[in-house]
Design a protein around this ligand. Structure first.
Ligand SMILES: NC(=O)c1ccc[n+]([C@@H]2O[C@H](COP(=O)([O-])OP(=O)(O)OC[C@H]3O[C@@H](n4cnc5c(N)ncnc54)[C@H](OP(=O)(O)O)[C@@H]3O)[C@@H](O)[C@H]2O)c1
Length: 330
């Protein structure tokens, strides 16, 4: 099968399509024949190399894969069958087939088809059901948001971020504030119902304070570095800072004195949640899928690229211009 590999670190041009063996699904895994593959921004960091998360070469790209189950490994859960259309998180996702954990599949209704007509859903949208959607949902559920409260969502035009903005609208909040780095992305955030602040403005924290003079009840931070420190200062007493990534590659350190105002810092990871609360993690996938089917949650696909054009897809990821998600089609 064709699969994306990088044999050295660098820009998008290090990505290439290799011919490799179709993976054998291991215990508790299924093999999916991919129809759509959602890209994750962290892979730009892994591709460049030099971060705390470096992995051995040749590198693979992670992602959320939608497709039909082509084979079952040993010990898969009951009810999982060949031919079912599902979505799942995959470590080696940018390929024609992916071996994935069968315990956290998002079933995709058979009516799903290409296009966005009234009765059809888009398989590219469905890439957001197994991981990024549930992550956005769990971040907000963990944030202890009071009625009439305020939440600050960084990278709000991105995959996780735009879903979090939409889901935040269900929490009876006074204000949702999203950050991004370009005017077009700020407009996109406003179109989702949030106030928008440009993270490249040096005075961005003052702009947040102008919108929320008493501070914010929660920050969803996936940037890290100075942005994390500035966000923690914006958290109100009894508020929560949620850290779930460090796309800047600068992992935050937290001085205890910064928490004396009864502030809480919570680290959130999808794999951590699946390990700690597997049944609730599955319920989260079901809830996000339900909201997608009812139209309450509308995942936005910015563009699709043929798998062979993965270099272009990564150029777009690097450019930080997408509204929502970038998807590859094998
Ligand atoms: N904990 C978990 O289980 C988990 C799982 C999946 C993803 N994540 C994390 O969630 C975050 C969002 O992932 P995603 O795939 O949805 O990405 P994304 O939001 O689609 O893209 C990342 C965005 O981060 C913003 N950003 C801010 N500072 C940046 C910097 N120094 N370098 C690059 N980008 C920067 C950019 O938006 P602007 O330019 O508009 O600011 C960029 O587009 C990532 O940090 C990822 O690692 C965590």
């Amino acid at each position: 099968m064709r699969a994306v590999r990088f044999h050295r670190h660098g820009g998008p041009d290090v990505l290439q399509l290799d011919e490799v063996d179709v993976p054998e699904p291991g215990a508790g895994q299924v093999l999916i024949e991919a129809e759509a593959i959602g890209a994750n921004a962290i892979d730009t960091v892994l591709r460049r190399g030099g971060s705390a998360w470096d992995r051995p070469l040749p590198g693979t790209l992670t992602g959320e894969v939608v497709g039909r189950i082509a084979a079952l490994g040993p010990d898969t859960p009951p009810g999982v069958a060949v031919g079912q259309r599902v979505a799942a998180l995959a470590e080696d996702a940018f390929a024609e087939y992916a071996a994935v954990d069968a315990a956290f599949l998002a079933p995709i209704p058979d009516s799903a088809a290409w296009g966005t007509g009234a009765d059809s859903a888009n398989l590219a949208e469905a890439t957001m059901l197994p991981m990024t959607g549930p992550l956005a949902f769990r971040l907000l559920e963990t944030a202890n948001l009071p009625a009439g409260g305020t939440v600050l969502i960084h990278s709000a035009a991105g995959t996780v971020g735009h879903l979090a903005v939409q889901l935040a609208r269900g929490y009876d909040l006074k204000t949702i504030i999203g950050t991004a780095s370009s005017p077009a992305r700020l407009d996109f955030i406003r179109s989702l119902g949030a106030e928008a602040v440009n993270l490249t403005d040096p005075d961005w924290p003052d702009q947040v304070r102008a919108i929320a003079p008493e501070g914010v009840d929660a920050v969803l931070d996936s940037v890290g570095g100075a942005v994390f420190d500035q966000g923690l200062e914006l958290v109100k007493p009894l508020g929560t800072m949620l850290t779930y990534g460090a796309i800047s590659t600068e992992l935050p350190t937290i001085p205890a004195a910064a928490l004396f105002g009864f502030k809480t810092v919570t680290g959130v990871s999808m794999m951590g949640w699946r390990g700690a609360r597997p049944d609730t993690a599955r319920a989260d996938i079901a809830e996000v899928t339900r909201r997608w089917q009812t139209g309450d949650l509308r995942p936005v696909v910015h563009a699709t690229h043929p798998l062979a054009d993965v270099t272009k897809l990564h150029e777009a990821l690097d450019a930080r211009t997408a509204h929502g998600r970038l998807v590859a089609i094998p």
